[in-house]
Structures are given as structure tokens and as C-alpha cells.
Design a protein around this ligand. Sequence first.
Ligand SMILES: [Zn+2]
Length: 303
Amino acid sequence: MRIGIDLGGHTLTAALVSEPDGELLPRVERIKTRNTPPGRGVREVMQAMADVVESLADGSGDVISIGVAVPGALDAARRRSLRLSNFPKEWDDLDLLRTFGDVLKARRISAQIYIENDANCYALGEWRAGEAIGVSDFVVFTMGTGIGCGIITGGELLTGAHGMAAEGGHLVIGGDIPCGCGGRGHAETLAAADGTAARAAAKGIPADFGELWAMRGSADADEVLETTLDAMARTIASVCHLLDPELVIIGGGMSQADGIGKALYERTLPYMSYPFKGLLDLRISKLGNEAPLYGAAGMGHIA
Ligand SMILES: [Zn+2]
């Protein structure tokens, strides 16, 4: 058995994943969800992660590995967190592997630990158990509070020179809105739920994406949503031109909006050059929130 943990700003989810032989796919055997400790301090979060590991591992035999999907930038060696933008500064340049390893050791849990960026874990999960089984070139975008991105190219996870590649949510697609990352004009300032909510609030209409989506057909909602879809379409087209993927997978909370896959497909095509136009295969993730758990749990397996 292997354990995958998805560390989010609000929720911490962990799953015990089976490791079948042969042709069978891995399967989530047990899943636990709890709130991320308020304040998101290193010590509190580490203890919370160890708690869920302990309760998942109880009675299930040997846990071979524990993988953590981390919401932020990691060093190239996948040992330290460099910057988790929604977490306190004490996470900057933290030896995450050693810190978490020590906490587990104090509880007599010994397992190989892996860490990876959460959107990359999402892509690894789709590769292992979702839409991208057997696909060597694909891109995942997660549409939520921000826009996450994970890229498998040439049969390998794209990590870049410093471990930070695949920040597709920070493609500079236009506009001049300051991004939470420190840059400006980035895709997620327009395409993500937070940016969308800000534009909706300015019009005095519901800021929640699901409610907004249900209001399609009203002029105010359509104006807000068109900006969101257009920004995402530009991002998808640009990444396709750059990487020539076989498949683009859309995940994250916003992807659950009914018909958003078709809406994105239609808006992406006009931005694409020939012969890319005829090749766009855009799908909504079916694994959903479980994708990063499969990816995190499978890290030692894939490596
Ligand atoms: Zn940015």
C-alpha cells in the first residue's frame, strides 16, 4: 500500500492506494479528509499530516511510500519547499522531506517520502489512473482558486532547470492585473475563480463560480464568464502551440461546471493555428479530486 496526501490551503486529503500487479489499475482503498489547521503553520500541518497517515496506515500492513502533493514551488531535488504562496513564510526554503520524516519517525512510521507540486501530482494521477493512461504527451490544467498546470512531455514530467516548469497559470496572456505570484497580466488573474469572483462582485452579481455559471444567459454573468473562458482558451492554445500535446485535461473545482469543456473547446479553436486546430482533444478530468492522490501515492512506483 502507498499513501498519497493532497495538502490544500483549506483541506487536507489523504488516501491509501492499492498497488496491484499486472494490468490492474491502482485504486483508492480508503480516503480521509480534514481541515488544514488554521494558520497553516509548519508544525501544525506536519502533525495533521502524520495524524491522517497514522489513521490510514492502521491495520493495513506495510506502507511502502508516502507522497505529498504540495501547493507551491519546490526545489529541483524535490526535498525543499521554496515558496507556498498561501502558507506562512516559515515554509519558504524548508527541508520538507526531513521535517516530515522526523515527525513520522517520532511516531514509529518509516516509509519512503516523496514531495511534488500539486498540479504535477494531478498530471501524474491522470497518467497512472485517469484519462492519460499510456499517453506520453499531455497537459493538465486545474481551474480553481488559481490555475495549476502539470505537463508530461516525451513520457516525462516536465520540471525545468530549477524544478519550477509548467506554470501555465502564469502565462502572460494580456491585461495588467497584478498576480498573486508577483507578476502581472497572468492567465490566472482572469481565468481562475478568484479573478472571476472579483469581476462578478464589481457587478454586484454572485461571486461563486457555480452560481455564476448557472446564470448564463444574463448579460452581466455572460460578460464575466466570457472573460474567464477567453483567458483560459488563450492559455490552452498557447500551451498546445508550444508543446503539441496529444491531450489537454481540465480539472479543478471549476471544471465541474456543466458544459465547460465544450465551451472551452469552442473558444480555444479560433486561437489555434493549422494544423493544431484539427488535433485538439480537450477532456474534463473524471478522477477529479482523487487525481493528485493517485499521483502522490504513485511517485515511488513511477520513478
Ligand atoms: Zn502569476
